[in-house]
Write a protein that binds this ligand. Structure first.
Ligand code: FE2
Length: 197
């Protein structure tokens, strides 16, 4: 069974980039809804597996109803963990900085690639920064699709571009939401930790 993971910060901690109201709906209603629905649909024999195993089993078995709910649980936990407004989480150094320089030239270019990808995603989905074959890559996935559990791919960070992630604060202006998050709320320490893991 999957359990509800609390946010790693207070509901007001991402303001003004993401409001308390948005975060309370996003975590308390949307994310919790995915956890509950996933548990409802989870086959008995998968109940004791961890979430990454369940995603793999559902993907391999083409069990899309379970895959969609469980992947959304994982994607949301990863998304929430990757946000911070703390100065402490802003340092970009070491291996991460080397990779950014090698693959994107500089941090600003990486940020603009994230924004371009967020804008280009048609409909609901996710923007990903991943490590693949030793290189940093940015791409987007549709609906619940996730790089979690894909061989040779290490997810480092994600941006939720479903409308529920921004509509209360930014209405239809996805680019304003994405710009605010990418400029101010990326937890770079989280990215470095994922790189090292
Ligand atoms: Fe979401």
């Amino acid at each position: 069974m999957l359990s509800i993971k609390p946010l790693p910060y207070e509901l007001t901690d991402l303001e003004p980039v993401i409001s308390q109201m948005t975060l309370s709906f996003h975590h308390g209603k949307h994310y919790v809804g995915y956890v509950n629905k996933a548990n409802e649909l989870l086959p008995k024999e998968w109940e004791h597996h961890d979430i990454q195993d369940i995603i793999r089993l559902a993907r391999d078995g083409n069990n899309m109803p379970v895959f969609n709910q469980v992947a959304q649980v994982w994607n949301h936990e990863f998304f929430f963990d990757g946000l911070s407004l703390n100065e402490f989480d802003k340092e970009i150094s070491g291996a991460l900085l080397d990779l950014i320089r090698a693959d994107f030239h500089d941090v600003d270019s990486l940020k603009s690639e994230l924004l371009k990808t967020a804008l280009a995603r048609f409909g609901s989905g996710w923007v990903w920064l991943v490590l693949e074959n030793g290189r940093l890559k940015i791409y987007s996935t549709s609906n619940a699709e996730t790089p979690c559990g894909l061989r040779g791919v290490k997810p480092l960070w994600t941006l939720d571009v479903w409308e529920h992630a921004y509509y209360l604060d930014y209405q239809n202006r996805r680019i304003d939401y994405a710009t605010q998050v990418v400029e101010k709320a990326i937890n770079w320490r989280f990215i470095s930790a994922n790189l090292d893991a």
